[in-house]
Design a protein around this ligand. Structure first.
Ligand code: CA
Ligand code: CA
Length: 522
């Protein structure tokens, strides 16, 4: 019996069409579940069971994020089990979208340890499993074990994604998860992107008796061909060539990282659809000056000896070891998160205290992207609002936009007077966020550079039209104590004729995606 109006939807956080975003990689969105009617309210009476999770104020679940496009891939799929002839109901009712608590909606299986199995019909990457055993009254099911495999007999490639059998009474190993009280919310299990075609769910009676029950099982996944968790789609992986040089061809951007084995960021970058050359004299996203309070470490990190390696997921890690005159190790990871989206995570590990540490990340674009603008706080606008400020020559040759006035003393502590090529920055308006753009014609391509505010204390550029065609991020801007490791994140997006609104949406989405999902190496 399928109830009308039971629709599982995703709250789409999609603000831009994929083409404008220049990405195809799934984005994270909030998983929206359609819940059945609650059958009881309040705190249930004392349930006697030894491994129960701590009581909660509310049964309501925290928001849970999944890649955009996931679907309940269990719906209508074949269900089998250890008890093929349930006492009440039929196995197919476990995946029929009816999740209500009343008689007629649940299935009763025989006593003791029993399992059910769902054949998803194809291999999927799995991002959420939601199980309703029985929610007509408060009870706790025992020895809940959930496994995924690509083998229907579960004799190999078995991944256990949940196990709350703390005393191994089911004989399948001790589980770390806690027992829980069944409610209309069901239980959300995070399978963390494992791939598989078959799911098995075990139980072993409940606080209410020996029988086992199910109302519904939902499994949110993406076809494995669309998404291989932990692995870049091959187009988004760097390809190792000679001398620690790496090529890339994402389908939208093509070029080289570490040309000649030197860490000079991206060079020979072509935007494939338009044939536009994007990089200028000295590369994109390359680590230029490195400072501590009134101290500069050599000329530029791009001249320091460095090593590099291709990581299993297709990212490239660059390592600058410490040296006699550099009491720190630095590392950078370049990782494509979309065909036109490159993330760079810079890490410093301090051997000695590094007061006011700064890594000045430089990007030199081609003359096709002469106009720079920076996202600054907007005068009369509501708090937190900003606008893209142009960089007229009348405001200074070299213009730096600080995060706030508190960081200006750091910028002016003398570090920029140290040769070679000292710079006298014109300090401009405060950033609304570290977000800068270079573009040609308004309808043309845009290079959008961004970082989370906590990782970047200033963004700078020469005036628009000036021949360096550059944008810079001043990363870190804080003390790093001896023995500490600090990380700063940044992103470059190439987009075709984005509006200001779309640029801001890209930034918002970037920052949102960072919470709770830090890049390895942080
Ligand atoms: Ca059902
Ligand atoms: Ca047990």
């Amino acid at each position: 019996m399928v109830k009308a109006g039971i629709i599982v939807g995703l709250l789409a956080a999609v603000l831009l069409p994929p083409a404008a975003r220049g990405e195809t990689k799934p984005r994270k969105v909030k998983l929206e579940l359609k819940l059945p009617k609650a059958q009881f309210v309040g705190t249930p009476k004392n349930l006697k069971t030894p491994n129960l999770e701590a009581p909660r104020k509310t049964h309501k679940r925290e928001p849970f994020y999944v890649p955009a496009g996931v679907k309940n891939v269990a719906l209508g799929k074949k269900v089998t089990g250890s008890d093929m002839e349930p006492i009440i109901g039929e196995l197919k009712m476990l995946a029929d979208a009816d999740k209500e608590g009343e008689e007629g909606s649940y299935v009763e299986l025989g006593p003791g340890k029993q399992h059910v199995q769902i054949d998803l019909g194809a291999t999927y990457g799995l991002y959420a499993i939601v199980v309703w055993h029985f929610h007509n009254q408060a009870r706790v099911y025992r020895d809940i074990i959930v496994q995924c495999s690509n083998d229907p007999r579960f004799s190999k490639n078995v991944r256990t994604v949940f196990n709350n059998d703390h005393d191994n009474s089911a004989g399948m190993g001790v589980g770390k998860q806690k027992e829980y009280i069944e409610t209309n919310q069901g239980r959300l299990i995070d399978p963390k992107g494992v791939t598989g075609r078959y799911l098995r769910l075990y139980s072993n009676g409940s606080t209410a008796g020996d029988m086992n029950h199910y109302v519904e099982i939902e499994v949110y996944g993406l076809p494995a061909s669309a998404e291989q968790p932990g692995k870049r789609p091959s187009r988004l992986a760097f390809i190792s060539s000679t001398k620690e040089e790496y090529r890339f061809d994402t389908g939208v951007l093509r070029g080289t990282l570490r040309r000649g084995g030197k860490s000079r960021g991206l060079s020979s970058v072509t935007h494939i659809p338009s044939g536009t050359r994007l990089d200028g004299s000295l590369g994109i996203l390359s680590h230029y000056r490195v400072f501590t309070a009134n101290k500069r470490y050599g000329h530029a990190a791009w001249d320091w000896p460095s090593t590099s390696k291709l990581m299993p997921d297709g990212a490239v890690q660059v390592d600058w070891p410490k040296a006699k005159d550099r009491p720190f190790e630095m590392a950078a990871v370049y990782r494509w998160s979309g065909p036109a989206t490159l993330d760079v995570t810079t890490t410093v590990k301090a051997q000695k205290d590094l007061p006011g540490f700064e890594s000045f990340l430089a990007s030199y674009f081609s003359k096709g992207l002469p106009a720079s603008s920076v996202y600054v706080e907007g005068g009369a606008k509501a708090e937190g609002k900003g606008f893209l400020q142009t960089t007229e020559k009348s405001a200074g040759i070299w213009q730096m936009f600080p995060r706030d006035k508190k960081v200006v003393p750091l910028i002016q502590d003398g570090r920029w007077k140290l040769p070679p090529n000292p710079v006298a920055w014109a300090i401009r308006d405060n950033l609304a966020a570290p977000l800068g753009i270079r573009r040609g014609k308004p309808k043309g391509l845009a290079a959008i550079l961004m970082a989370p505010a906590e990782d970047c204390f200033a963004l700078s550029t020469p005036y628009q039209g000036e021949g360096h065609f550059s944008l810079y991020l001043s990363l870190f801007g804080r003390d790093v104590k001896a023995g500490q490791t600090a990380t700063a994140r940044s992103r470059l997006v190439i987009a075709k004729s984005p509006t200001e609104q779309q640029i801001l949406a890209l930034y918002k989405e970037y920052v949102k995606g960072l919470t709770g999902a830090l890049q390895p190496g942080r």
